[in-house]
Design a protein around this ligand. Structure first.
Ligand code: AMP
Length: 581
């Protein structure tokens, strides 16, 4: 397929915020894509080079891209820099300078999707001496045969900032429209569809379930072409990360019971961090909630799992909780978060900040997917395969009850032990990867926080110069776009020994800078902060339409990814809840 066909679709999708319209454009593109290009198209549509479960990044700096644009266009570095300052998007800059050049030259070859993909993938594989020059060449080669609009998207893909906005829902539905035997009549005037709803929901469910297991829309699309049976054959693969199930929030025990039904499972809600642990080929892999591989950082956890969990291959879902090795008291997440990032003196840190693994679910066991089993059945299996050893590996503490008084006593006991509250779970519910389905509910003991993404910052002045000091926060909408919701500086410390410091946060954000203008920096959405606040207010100042009153940084959530951030929908819900109360 020609790259220009894809670019045409990018342009159309970028120009609308309506999910159905996006779905229509994508499905039309998929229909005319050859089988050998499908994987590539599915990935490139969202600016990806690897499936969702594969966390490799292109990781090319803006400076290198600038050089490549210059090599291909001959526009001169200073002119390109000037334009970048004015426009703020290197994609648009390259469109402009390649456009100027193209008036003089004729395009000799037309770029194929496969060529673009192949050059971009090579960028990731290159390291060491001379790699900067070779990377510049690979990008420049593409730009030299690109039309201006193509240049725009090549550069945005390289910088991992496509700005097109395709959410999981739109991509999933496009696969349904394009490949499954169901009639979908799309009305472009009304932007609506006419379908047999029941049939439609059934096939959407099939495609979603295939995605839940593979975490890879390309695999799903290729199976969908072959039919429903092939979709049904997709299974979890130990070793390949999958998204974890998430919880909804309630404010009272009554509400919790109402959502999950009775009898309900209640478990301690531990204040640690989520880990998904895979065993395959006698090997252990430990992943955070953002599916980052942290096996190397937690050697003791790998040992516990190998020794205390029976089975050849499995995937279990757990919370790793820090405790004080002397007093054996649980420690809150902030104290142990450094273990996630630490790459040296790991054994020493593990002794100082040990973690206990609290296992609460099993997704796959010895060749069989457990997702569709009930929680009750999954728990029975866990109890069979895990040999508990306190302060190493235990099952999450739980009760099963229909009695509110008993539930409240359990909640009080949990909070007294230093936990965040309780989880209420539907006894009969399946495991739904990546979904905030109502069958898991969290009831917390203190004011709730929001996980928000840093998308901008401001350099400090005076004694704070050299540090970023004010951070622009964003939530995420259903198209995966980041919308601003306010600025925060409070809560970040000047001295590193007091907690997350300006210096540390500045260093973490630096590799993700998009652009600097005076003291203002725009930043790629990568770093997630947990934010406390007093209230959500309606506000025309920020693109989300909301702002936070008295926001304060509680902690860095480096276990969470930007896609995990608080959704606009949730902000809206909170806002209306507040209004009601
Ligand atoms: P929140 O981070 O507030 O959305 O709450 C959900 C998180 O609570 C999960 O992602 C887990 O990391 C954590 N958690 C603690 N205890 C449990 C438990 N027993 N079951 C499920 N999740 C738990």
């Amino acid at each position: 397929m020609k790259y220009s066909d894809l670019v045409e679709v990018y342009e159309k999708i970028e120009s609308t915020s309506k999910r159905l319209e996006k779905t229509f454009y994508i499905s039309e593109l998929l229909k005319k894509t050859n089988e050998e290009d499908i994987s590539t198209i599915i990935l490139l549509l969202r600016g990806q080079l690897y499936p969702d479960w594969d966390k490799r990044k292109i990781g090319v700096a803006s400076k290198l891209v600038l050089k490549a644009i210059n090599t291909a266009s001959g526009a001169g570095i200073s002119r390109i820099e000037q334009l970048w300052k004015e426009i703020g998007d290197l994609g648009l800059v390259s469109e402009e300078v390649i456009g100027t050049k193209s008036q003089a030259t004729l395009f000799s070859t037309s770029l194929s999707v496969a060529k673009v993909f192949s050059n971009l993938r090579k960028l990731n594989d290159m390291e060491g001496m001379g790699s900067v020059d070779r990377k510049t060449q690979l990008i420049a080669e593409l730009l030299s045969s690109a039309k201006p609009k193509e240049a725009k998207y090549i550069i945005r893909t390289v910088l991992e900032d496509l700005r097109v906005g395709i959410g999981d829902g739109a991509l999933r539905d496009s696969i349904v429209w394009a490949y499954l035997p169901i009639e979908v009549n799309y009305d472009p005037e009304k932007i609506s569809i006419d379908v047999d709803r029941e049939e439609f929901n059934k096939v959407v469910g099939l495609v979603q379930s295939a995605y839940d297991k593979s975490n890879d829309f390309a695999t799903v699309a290729l199976a969908a072409i072959k039919g429903e049976k092939e979709l049904g054959n997709i299974n979890l693969v130990p070793g390949n990360p999958i998204k974890v199930m998430l919880a909804q929030k309630v404010a009272t025990m009554d509400e919790g019971f109402e959502k999950v039904g009775v009898p309900a499972v209640l478990e301690y809600k531990y204040d640690g961090f989520r880990v998904q642990i895979h065993k395959f080929n006698n090997q252990i892999k430990i992943l955070t909630r953002r599916l980052e591989d942290v096996t190397g950082q937690f050697p003791e956890v790998a040992k516990y799992v190998l020794k205390n969990v029976e089975g050849k291959n499995f995937i279990i879902d757990c919370e790793a909780v820090g405790y004080d090795p002397k007093t054996k008291k649980y420690m809150v997440f902030q104290h142990i978060s450094q273990r996630i990032r630490r790459k040296y003196n790991i054994e020493e840190l593990a002794k100082k900040l040990p973690v206990e693994l609290n296992v609460f679910d099993v997704l796959y066991y010895d060749g069989e997917t457990m997702l569709n089993k009930t929680l009750e059945e999954r728990r029975i299996l866990l109890e069979k395969i895990i040999k508990e050893d306190e302060f190493k590996i235990i099952l999450s503490k739980k009760i099963v009850t229909s009695d509110k008084a008993e539930a409240t006593a359990f909640y009080n006991e949990s909070v007294k032990k230093g936990n965040e509250g309780v989880m209420l779970k539907n006894l009969k519910a399946p495991y739904k990867p990546g979904s905030r389905a109502g069958s898991w509910i969290k009831l917390k003991s203190y004011m709730d926080t929001l996980d928000l993404v840093v998308v901008g910052a401001e350099w400090g002045e005076g004694k704070r110069s050299g540090w970023l000091t004010s951070f622009t926060l964003a939530c995420v909408n259903e198209n995966g776009e980041f919308l601003e919701i306010g600025k925060v500086g409070t809560g970040v410390k000047e001295k590193p020994e007091e907690g997350l410091s300006f210096g540390e946060l500045t260093e973490l954000l630096k590799p993700h800078f998009k652009q600097e203008k005076g003291r203002e920096v725009t930043i790629k959405p990568e770093i997630v902060l947990e934010i406390q606040f007093e209230e959500i207010q309606a506000s025309p100042t920020y693109s989300s339409g909301y702002a936070l009153r008295f926001p304060r940084v509680k902690t860095l959530r480096d276990d969470r990814s930007p896609d995990d951030a608080c959704t606009l929908e949730r902000i809206q819900e909170e806002f209306y809840k507040q209004k009601k109360s």
